[in-house]
Design a protein around this ligand. Structure first.
Ligand SMILES: [Zn+2]
Length: 100
């Protein structure tokens, strides 16, 4: 998984194209991430057990193919490169070459 919680990403495909947000959750098994306020959908929740029902906006996981990382150093949309230094995988920005 190249993306981590807290990464700022830009949506590159779909109805939320161009929007930016921070990754809140990573689901490696599905290759998806959750970004608050992005890819929202309405979910109807039935009230039960004293809980209030109604319509809720819930962010739907985004496939990694639909997002691009915004580099925290150069603030540009970039691809993630990996460098292995002494057996430790480091992420680097392909544009400014800095470690992310
Ligand atoms: Zn950069």
């Amino acid at each position: 998984m190249k993306f981590k919680i807290g990464d700022t990403v830009k949506i590159t495909i779909g109805k939320d194209k161009g929007r930016e947000g921070k990754i809140e959750r990573v689901i490696p098994k599905k290759n998806t991430v959750v970004v608050p306020e992005v890819n929202m959908y309405k979910k109807h929740v039935k009230g039960s057990h004293g809980q209030k029902g109604g319509m809720y906006d819930i962010p739907r996981p985004l496939n990694l193919a639909k997002i691009a990382l915004i580099c925290p150093n150069c603030k540009k949309q970039t691809r993630i490169g990996t460098n292995i230094v002494k057996g430790i995988k480091l992420r680097t920005c392909k544009k400014c070459k800095k470690q992310i």
